[in-house]
Write a protein that binds this ligand. Structure first.
Ligand SMILES: Nc1nc2c(ncn2[C@@H]2O[C@H](COP(=O)(O)OP(=O)(O)O)[C@@H](O)[C@H]2O)c(=O)[nH]1
Ligand SMILES: [Mg+2]
Length: 314
């Protein structure tokens, strides 16, 4: 982890702006706060894109932007769904970062006449989708050209895509992968469930599906999984859900000389549907955001109480 961050840090030092992409469903879990502390902390323009907002609870999307903004005031936070973003929105979004970059002082790169931007984030949040969209957006403009290694040459070599001529701005084609920061078992499960950490062992899928079911019940989003699994009441028993899916989707497997339900296959199916939004728009970190709101309210009350006391003492 440390080495990854160190390498990325070195390449980021040579850039003029950082675009971090993260999953809007887990605005808190897995984000690497070192990126902000070490690099952004006031001097590197930083745009945070909370992506996949089509899958998140709209109420919490706005809340998470608010809280990130409090914790990281030098970051511009936007949310989007890169899957369905239109050209106008993308141009707008990129324009905001560009303006920030061009206006900010470039301590380390004052002599350079070109601007370089790096896209980074943990796996599977939409970094490549973003770069491809940018490429398409600027592809039919005369000012856009591809530089660096030619197509067909090893993909591990970073290419630069010129996306603006005046000023000259390049975006690195190979995004910087940040390793997720895991602070608790809950965070690990949330990242496994949203595919930000790949599920290495297929056998673990029922535990991850069980966590998904737990969250759907905890956040009172039972209606859609009940409908999908044709259940007449909510359940906290993952076997009930997986058996229903295995029956409906005909997930079976031969065990010895008998055919039975493939519950691991059903669990993978459940996780897949969860990530398609079949069970609803869900922000997995909503409990963290609620706790933050409570904290803010009690801080305000404390502030009110203390200002009340001060008044009395005067
Ligand atoms: N639902 C949804 N899926 C998205 C969105 N953006 C990207 N994806 C999907 O997320 C997966 C990972 O995207 P990718 O760009 O490869 O992520 P990367 O690993 O960060 O480069 C792909 O299957 C994309 O189609 C989005 O806004 N909404
Ligand atoms: Mg990628």
């Amino acid at each position: 982890m440390h080495k990854g961050m160190k390498d990325l840090e070195e390449s980021l030092l040579r850039t003029d702006g950082i675009i971090e992409v993260h999953d809007a469903r887990v605005p808190h879990s897995g984000r690497n706060s070192e990126l902000y502390k070490r690099l952004v902390g006031g001097h590197k323009p930083h745009l945070l894109i909370l992506n996949k907002s089509d899958l998140a609870d709209p109420h919490y999307v706005n809340k998470s932007m608010e809280y990130i903004q409090i914790e990281q005031p030098n970051t511009q936070v936007v949310h989007t769904s890169l899957m369905s973003i239109d050209m106008k929105e993308l141009t707008n979004l990129f324009g905001r970062l560009l303006q920030q970059i061009v206006e900010s002082p470039r301590y380390t790169r004052r002599s350079s006449i070109e601007y370089n931007i790096v896209v980074c984030g943990i796996p599977n949040v939409g970094k490549s989708t973003f770069i491809n969209k940018l490429r398409n957006l600027f592809a039919n403009k005369a000012s856009c050209e591809r530089v660096g290694a030619s197509p067909g040459v090893t993909r591990s070599m970073s290419e630069k895509v010129k996306i603006s001529n005046r000023p000259k701005v390049f975006v690195r084609d190979t995004p910087g992968i940040l390793e997720p920061r895991l602070k608790s078992a809950n965070e690990s499960f949330r990242l496994l469930l949203t595919n930000c950490i790949p599920i290495q062992q297929r056998e673990l899928s029922d535990i991850i599906a069980d966590y998904g079911l737990f969250l759907l019940n905890k956040y009172e989003q039972q209606r859609l999984y009940m409908k999908y699994c044709e259940l007449d009441r909510p359940t906290d028993d993952i076997l009930t859900v997986l058996t229903a899916i295995a029956k409906l989707k005909k997930c079976t497997q031969v065990y010895g000389n008998k055919r039975g339900y493939d519950l691991t296959g059903a669990a993978l199916h459940f996780i897949n549907e969860f990530n398609k939004g079949t069970f609803g728009h869900i922000t997995l970190d909503q409990d963290i955001l609620d706790a933050m709101e409570q904290e803010k309210l009690s801080d305000t009350n404390l502030f009110r109480a203390s200002s009340g006391r001060i008044k009395k003492s005067i």
